[in-house]
Design a protein around this ligand. Structure first.
Ligand SMILES: [Zn+2]
Length: 56
């Protein structure tokens, strides 16, 4: 697991968020990553975030 600070504000409390991800140990599993807020614990998957960007 790796944790990366990202310059994105939490949509819930406007706090700082970080991105967490891990590489799947087997090829059959997808690489997963998601974003978590330091302040309130809000979580969203990176896929959801990309959809949001696409809509805007
Ligand atoms: Zn938050």
């Amino acid at each position: 697991m790796k944790e990366v600070k990202i310059p994105i504000s939490c949509p819930s409390c406007n706090g700082k968020m970080y991105s967490v991800g891990y590489d799947a140990p087997w090829k059959v599993l997808k690489h997963r990553s998601w974003q978590v807020c330091y302040e309130c614990g809000f979580e969203r998957s990176s896929d959801d975030f990309k959809k949001t960007l696409f809509i805007e």
